[in-house]
Design a protein around this ligand. Structure first.
Ligand SMILES: *Cc1c(COP(=O)(O)O)cnc(C)c1O
Length: 363
């Protein structure tokens, strides 16, 4: 079996690094899971082996997130992007208005989809400051009596994050794709959260949706079955053949989080990991610029640049020689970006911080 030493330090924004013990277990389970003589991708979703896997995944998900019993846990497909439309189909009724906070590329896409289905009130427009921060409570202009409020807790491209949950007189829905289970979640403040798996939880395509059970009463029977949260919840995420491998792998990641000390342990480590990198960048502030305002620096995605595009290119070239990959900034923003989700090793962050300082000293 290959060891960690064979692997590249993968700073990709998504699909991204997964925990090594999970990948090694998955290698075995693809061949033969739980001594059933059949691999995970070959088991019927109606049999006892998969029943056990999905039930355990739900239980471990609840335990990891301290998710209260009045929330439903669903495993869906179509990526986080399908949720942009699906949540509006279910919760934005005709003639209703929803509050949206625009804090970057992903929320802009969510807004575009919602506008096809109902009225959108832009309660914060981050484009005015080129998305360099998440708003404070004072910067929000929420419409009253809205169907819901939608925001994104961590902006993957710009490297900004919310440090509070906006208060609203309507249900609060959050896209947590890039920071799900990287820190604790105050469930009293939310009615639905969702996350595409490929940043922090598992393979792309699968989506984790956690929603308050009272929200299910709002889903219209006229919706296509596969786009109806209530219909899916009634069948325990198995309205049709579910993404069995994705659910299995997320379940393994949940177990790994529990072994790592749960969200408390993960959050402390994420603070430390991001801290090392920000510290290195700040110590060479005449050489590097971080994109996000200090108030809202993401612990998952660090977007920054050197003083020139030529040096950015050189940074990529030299870091690649040290086995570091995925550091090119998003095409909308340019520059550089280090994505360091839960499974990205602490030691890798230390090596990267050192490289940041050495590179600045050498150039
Ligand atoms: C990656 C990402 C998405 C899109 O996820 P897909 O699974 O590709 O649809 C949406 N929102 C955020 C915040 C993301 O980081």
């Amino acid at each position: 079996m290959k060891t960690a030493a064979d692997r590249i330090l993968n700073f990709s924004a998504g699909p991204a690094t997964l925990p090594e013990p999970v990948l090694q277990q998955a290698q075995q389970d693809l061949w033969n899971i739980n001594e059933s003589g059949i691999g995970i991708c070959e088991h019927s979703h109606r049999g006892p082996v998969f029943d056990n896997i999905i039930n355990e995944a739900v239980d471990n998900c609840r335990q990891v997130g301290s998710i209260p019993d009045d929330f439903e846990i669903l495993f869906l497909q179509g990526g986080a992007t399908l949720q942009f439309s699906m949540l509006a189909m279910n919760f934005l009724g005709e003639g209703q208005t929803a509050n949206y906070l625009d804090t970057g590329v992903w929320t802009t896409k969510a807004i575009k989809e919602a506008k096809k289905l109902g009225n959108v009130h832009l309660a914060f427009d981050g484009s005015m400051t080129n998305y360099d921060h998440c708003p404070s409570e004072e910067e929000l202009t929420l419409a009253k009596g809205a169907a819901y409020l939608h925001f994104c807790s961590n902006n993957t491209i710009y490297g900004t994050r919310f440090t509070f949950v906006p208060k609203s007189d309507s249900p609060v829905i959050c896209d947590m794709s890039s920071d799900m289970f990287s820190r604790s979640i105050d469930w009293d403040s939310y009615d639905m959260v969702y996350a595409g798996a490929q940043k922090n939880l598992g393979p792309s395509g699968t989506v984790l949706v956690v929603l308050r059970k009272t929200m299910l009463d709002k889903c219209s029977d006229n919706l296509p079955l596969m786009l109806n949260y209530n219909a899916i919840a009634k069948k325990g995420s198995m309205l049709n053949t579910p993404p069995t491998f994705g659910i299995y792998l997320m379940g393994e990641v949940f177990k790994w989080i529990l072994e790592e000390g749960g969200l408390g342990g993960i959050e402390a480590r994420n603070e430390h990991k991001a801290g090392m990198i920000y510290h290195a960048l700040d110590s060479k502030s005449d050489f590097y610029t971080t994109f996000a305002r200090e108030c809202c620096r993401s612990r998952m995605n660090i977007s920054f640049k050197t003083n020139t595009p030529e040096l950015d290119a050189k940074f990529l070239e030299e870091s690649a020689k040290l086995g570091m990959s995925g550091l090119k900034g998003h095409r909308n923003l340019g520059g550089l970006r280090a994505s360091i989700y839960n499974a990205f090793p602490e030691e890798g962050c230390a090596r990267f911080a050192e490289f940041i300082e050495t590179f600045a000293a050498n150039h």
